[in-house]
Design a protein around this ligand. Structure first.
Ligand SMILES: Cc1ncc(COP(=O)(O)O)c(C=O)c1O
Length: 410
């Protein structure tokens, strides 16, 4: 692969016109899997929302109050969920807590929560807390640091004592992708519920929740969905399960006839029973505008381009970075990869920092030794990926010194 080939791929890229909807000046940005860029529609939408607030004040609530469900339906279309099964609210951490707690309450006689020892910290912490407060056992499964958990291993760990299986579809560090449908089916064979964290899938990878018969899912909107820093997260509960689950935060936005302001909690019967308090309207409008752009590009086209990106990365890492002491820290099998790729190096943090400080490439560091690169297909070109690897090689060739400051992991 040479630069001319990357240029040719850009010329044939059906998503290339979307780049003009983003401001893309500066270093090569390969951190769209951490925080996506704002599209022009987000910038305009946010300004319009502030105007609306300024002009209509409290009168705006008649239109804003249903946004968690309406934006939820839009996000749902991107993750294979039919209407009325997704709400956008709270953070991923809080939604994970709400849905995991509700699942445990629905399986009172089962003792075990199964999770991935290598999952994102917030997921493990939430489950640790729930295990402790509900008297369950959190059983952590160990897989390969690069290829993730094996489907068979997960399947054979599930039994009649398993209340909940909670896993990330795509591992935050290596990008290893699990077989969502097969694991869901294995859990259902034993009557267990499965909660999927879709943070690294939503907006990038076809998820097919309804098709897989998935029970529950959560995820953030600030990565590939480009909803902005701290934008509200989403929660999915399969329609047939909604009324069986009672979430632990009994807030007034989950209450039937909310404005009757009655004496006691009687939750709605549909997905809105998973809401808690006043929705973050500006964040919801931002997510809506951002997700509309993702929807118009279409998940199949975005996923096709992502797969080309990661395949290209893998080849370039082998050719140009492995001779300099770096190694691929993501699956080599494309069927097990997500939309980002990681590279391990003993000095990954100083390497990552040098690339950022010299305004060459923005990726991120993940302990202990990984530089993670997430080229978002809406606004990244093939030539960016090619150039990024050349710059990464250049910095390694010149030598990276140890740095004293602690990595700041965003
Ligand atoms: C897999 C995964 N889960 C959860 C989170 C964090 O969720 P929150 O938005 O609550 O901080 C992240 C953040 O990057 C993540 O990668």
């Amino acid at each position: 692969m040479d630069r001319a080939a990357a240029v040719t791929m850009d010329l044939g890229d059906p998503l290339a016109p979307y780049r003009s909807q983003f401001t893309v000046a500066g270093p090569i940005y390969l951190d769209g899997n951490s925080l996506g860029r704002p599209s022009a529609s987000v910038v305009e939408g946010l300004a319009a929302a502030v105007r609306d607030w300024s002009e209509n004040l409290v009168g705006g609530w008649s239109r804003w109050i249903d946004l968690p469900a309406a934006v939820g339906d839009r996000v749902g279309r991107l993750i294979g969920a039919g209407p009325g099964q997704v709400v956008v609210c709270d953070s991923t951490t809080v939604n994970l807590y709400k849905l995991a707690a509700a699942s445990l309450a629905a399986r009172p006689d089962r003792r075990v929560i199964l999770a991935d020892a290598d999952d994102f910290p917030t997921d493990r912490y939430v489950l640790q807390g729930l295990a402790e407060t509900s008297g369950r056992e959190l059983r952590l499964l160990h897989g390969s640091a690069i290829d993730g958990l094996d489907t068979e291993v997960v399947g054979s760990a599930i039994d009649a004592d398993t209340a909940l299986v909670c896993l990330s579809h795509v591992n935050f560090r290596s990008g290893a992708r699990l077989d969502l449908a097969a694991i869901t089916e294995a859990a259902h064979r034993h009557g267990a519920l499965v909660l999927w964290d879709l943070c690294h899938s939503a907006g990038a990878i076809p998820v097919g929740l309804d098709e897989a018969g998935a029970d529950l899912a959560v995820g953030c909107t600030y990565k590939y969905l480009n909803g902005g820093p701290g934008s509200p997260a989403f929660a999915y509960v399969r329609r047939g399960l909604q009324v069986q689950l009672r979430q632990p935060v009994w807030g007034w936005f989950g209450q039937q006839d909310q404005f009757a302001m009655g004496p006691s909690y009687d939750p709605k019967t549909g997905m809105e029973r998973f809401l808690t308090g006043t929705p973050p309207v500006l964040g919801l409008l931002t997510v809506d505008a951002a997700a509309e752009t993702v929807e118009s590009a279409g998940i199949p086209a975005l996923w096709a381009k992502s797969q080309q990106f990661t395949a290209m990365f893998v080849d370039l890492v082998r050719d140009q970075l492995e001779p300099l002491g770096a190694t691929l820290a993501s699956p080599t099998d494309p069927d097990r990869r997500g939309a980002h790729v990681s590279v391990a190096h003993p000095r990954a943090w100083p390497w990552c920092k040098a690339l950022i400080d010299r305004r060459m490439v923005i990726g991120d560091f993940r302990p202990p030794d990984v530089l993670r690169l997430g080229p978002a297909p809406l606004y990244t070109r093939f030539v960016d990926v090619f150039d990024a690897v050349q710059r990464m090689a250049e910095v390694l060739e010149a030598g990276v010194e140890d740095v004293r400051d602690r990595p700041r992991v965003t």
